[in-house]
Design a binder for this molecule. Structure first.
Ligand SMILES: NC(=O)C1=CN([C@@H]2O[C@H](COP(=O)(O)OP(=O)(O)OC[C@H]3O[C@@H](n4cnc5c(N)ncnc54)[C@H](OP(=O)(O)O)[C@@H]3O)[C@@H](O)[C@H]2O)C=CC1
Ligand SMILES: O=C(O)C1=N[C@H](C(=O)O)C[C@H](O)C1
Length: 264
């Protein structure tokens, strides 16, 4: 694209939305045309920036001329963003996690007509961690795997989207499906661990940005593969890279690995 990508941000008043607003204003690849919030938002109609910029937080009243929507809102906001992308042909980049099966299916169908990129985690470090875990799970078939994640006390979904994606990668490394192996909770007397299962543990508290650890446990030894995010801007930067790459992209389901592969 020779002109700046015309970008809309869905969930613009949230933790991720504000991180994106902060980065995008100095990024010449983009023209930010909409900062979208919910109809109930305390920010609706207020200025998006504390300066001369005329941009305000709005709903989806005007959808003309948008090339890409970046969504970090929630299931409802994602649904509204998807409506707009389907109606206008804009590409969708979404990091929203905690989706139900109906939304998963809707996204798959929509990708037959528009370009959609979904990532449970837009950081480069987690992309590499995912690859390493897949490899470790394949190389150590008899070892036990648990995934531990920790996030801030406002997070609504559990386990995190990243923890689930790591679980899928570990299962794939063993030629299996996570749905057949996952153990999401242990309490009371669950009994001895069933071989081959992949367990999850969740911590919520304070202002933790996002931490993920995969424990690959053998007899007398274990491997710990982990990632600690200390600044949300890493996710925002990854989402902007994805949005620049997605502008004008053909319909389909695209991944953060596609973006990374295209850049190396
Ligand atoms: N993939 C990744 O790398 C990452 C993913 N995430 C995921 O992104 C999502 C958002 O996270 P986070 O920013 O922390 O959450 P926040 O709750 O801080 O932000 C979400 C914002 O969306 C807004 N919103 C709610 N409903 C709508 C709607 N219908 N239309 C438009 N906006 C809406 C809300 O603001 P208001 O009330 O003002 O409308 C809210 O502030 C979560 O699912 C999280 O798991 C988070 C970080 C990284
Ligand atoms: O809600 C968050 O904050 C985060 N959510 C994502 C997830 O569910 O994996 C990514 C990141 O860990 C931060």
């Amino acid at each position: 694209m020779t002109r700046p990508v015309r970008l809309a941000i869905s969930g613009a008043s949230g933790r991720m939305g504000l991180a994106l607003l902060n980065l995008v204003r100095d990024d010449e690849r983009f023209e930010l045309v909409r900062a979208v919030v919910s109809a109930q938002s305390a920010r609706l109609g207020k200025a998006a920036y504390n300066d001369v910029s005329a941009l305000r937080f709005t709903g989806w009243e005007d959808t003309a001329g948008i090339d890409v929507v970046i969504d970090f809102s929630g299931p409802e906001g994602l649904g509204a963003a998807l409506d707009v992308c389907e109606a206008t042909g804009a590409a969708l980049v979404t990091g929203t996690t905690g989706l139900d099966a109906a939304m998963e299916e809707r996204l798959s169908h929509a990708a037959e007509r528009i370009a959609i990129l979904r990532a449970a985690n837009f950081s480069l470090g987690v992309a590499v961690l995912t690859r390493l875990l897949r490899e470790a799970a394949a190389a150590l078939p008899g070892w036990d795997i648990d995934i531990v994640e920790a996030h801030h006390n406002r997070k609504e979904d559990a386990p995190s989207g990243t923890a689930l994606a790591l679980g899928h990668a570990a299962a794939a490394g063993r030629g299996a499906c996570l749905d057949d192996l996952a153990v999401y909770a242990r309490e009371g007397r669950p009994g001895a661990r069933e071989a081959g299962t992949i367990g999850f543990a969740v911590v919520r508290g304070g202002d933790i940005v996002g931490e993920h650890q995969a424990l690959i446990m053998g007899q007398g030894e274990r491997i710990e593969l982990g990632h600690r995010a200390t600044d949300r801007s890493i996710f925002a930067r990854g989402a902007l890279e994805a949005a620049a790459w997605m502008a004008g992209r053909a319909p389909g389901t695209w991944t953060i690995e596609d973006v990374i592969a295209a850049k190396v």
